[in-house]
Design a protein around this ligand. Structure first.
Ligand SMILES: Nc1nc2c(ncn2[C@@H]2O[C@H](COP(=O)(O)OP(=O)(O)O)[C@@H](O)[C@H]2O)c(=O)[nH]1
Ligand SMILES: [Mg+2]
Length: 396
């Protein structure tokens, strides 16, 4: 039931490196296309400031961990097979890629900001990363357009009687994108189009496909390989380019994250994933130290390696999810421990949604909730916010 974050991007941008750094699993890496044949699914974590210290408690997480007041809550990470231009027509790994994409709740587009790989992932110099961003968005849009066109075709050839509703047929055709007819109708009207697809120009269809894609496939960009000197200049230029204002960029170095985790595993450093610093332990060679100091400088100036931040930005900012702690307003304790759980809920979740998330019986018997910080009662329709600590009062 955990959220799934999909890593996408053309070949050789560092998807597998990023995936490995975030999950510390072993997936083959290499500077050539199609290293990743099957999408790999692994467990990664998002950080949430633990609520237990505010209640002078020590948490006992049922899943994930807690380090110095930072909860690491599990999410699923998918390393999606490399996409190349024309994938929507079945080029490269084509349709398999598209099928895998549908399972992700939110996407992180990994882009090689060093400019040292061309659009197909082959080594080059001075490649503009904007081309990769455009190509990925276009590729997704063309995929949506194809499905949209099929839906329109079906609508136009089918006998409807008096019940013709284009939004209904499109929602059916696009059901894999987790949309519905109300949303489709809203998007159509929002673009100033009528509900008569016969009046739509080819550009209108493209615009519609793009709008539906933007709504149903939230995506951020992880600017990877920021540890290279070329990347800084690209970062400056692209994040200041108004044409990309619609995207959120996170500077990242999968290499740095992996190096730090490896060093931590070897007992050479103490490093908490996502932090912008680390401590060196024990004896290391001056060469090792120089390498680590270089990484220290990098994470210091970018506020971390960006691997954790990218996942958290995707889940909490782009998708709007929130973390909710079940609590006890009168301080009563479960024998298994306190602050055991930290649940990730969709945006705009209410007390009632949370109750149903816990169990359908708890939802059915919901009386009200209690905000454990203020000790105030909250109604079933009350919208929760990130890091709320809520006790559910239910007859069941
Ligand atoms: N400098 C630098 N190189 C990286 C980084 N991440 C990945 N790479 C290199 O980019 C190449 C492709 O990486 P890989 O993870 O296989 O890319 P994928 O095809 O997108 O899965 C490999 O040579 C990696 O070592 C990074 O953060 N910095
Ligand atoms: Mg790969």
């Amino acid at each position: 039931m955990s959220y799934k974050i999909g890593l996408v991007g053309k070949p050789s941008v560092g998807k597998s490196s990023f995936f490995n750094a975030a999950t510390m699993n072993d997936v083959p890496e290499g500077a050539y296309p199609f290293t990743t044949i099957d999408p790999s699914v692994g467990e990664a974590y998002v950080r949430v400031e633990c609520a237990a210290p505010e209640f002078e408690e020590t948490c006992t997480p049922s899943v994930g961990t807690c380090k110095d007041g930072t909860r690491f809550v599990p999410v699923k990470l998918v390393d999606v097979a490399g996409l190349i231009p024309g994938a929507h027509e079945g080029k490269g790994l084509g349709n398999q890629f598209l099928t895998d994409l549908n399972e992700a709740d939110v996407l992180v587009n990994i882009v090689d900001f060093s400019g040292k790989t061309d659009i197909e992932g082959e080594p080059t110099e001075n490649h503009d990363p904007r081309e990769d961003i455009d190509f990925l968005e276009d590729e997704l849009d063309m995929w949506y357009l194809e499905i949209l066109n099929k839906g329109i075709e079906k609508f136009e050839t089918k006998y409807h009687g008096a019940e013709a509703e284009i939004e209904k047929d499109l929602a059916e055709q696009m059901s894999a994108f987790r949309t519905n007819k109300d949303e489709i109708k809203q998007i159509i009207l929002g673009l100033g189009l009528t509900l008569e697809p016969g009046t739509w120009e080819p550009e209108d269809r493209e615009e519609l496909a793009r709008s539906i894609r933007k709504r149903t496939k939230p995506m951020i960009v992880a600017a990877n390989k920021m540890d290279t000197p070329e990347a800084a200049a690209n970062w400056e230029e692209i994040t200041n380019d108004p044409a990309y204002d619609h995207l959120t960029f996170v500077p990242a170095s999968a290499h740095a994250e992996k190096a730090l985790k490896n060093a931590a595993e070897a007992g050479v450093i103490e490093y908490v994933a996502g932090e912008d610093t680390f401590d060196i332990r024990g004896d290391i060679s001056s060469e090792q130290e120089a390498g680590l100091e270089q990484i220290r400088e990098f994470i210091h100036s970018y506020g971390g390696t960006g691997v954790q931040t990218a996942l958290e930005t995707a889940l909490f900012d782009e998708l709007g999810c929130m973390a909710i702690f079940p609590g006890s307003a009168n301080g009563s304790k479960d024998e298994k421990g306190v602050f055991r759980d930290c649940f990730i809920l969709p945006k705009q979740s209410t007390t009632e949604d949370f109750a149903y998330h816990l169990h359908s019986d708890i939802g059915d018997g919901l009386l009200h909730g209690i905000d454990c910080r203020s000790k105030r009662q909250v109604g079933s329709g009350h919208e929760l916010t990130h890091r709320d600590v809520i006790e559910i009062i239910s007859t069941n």
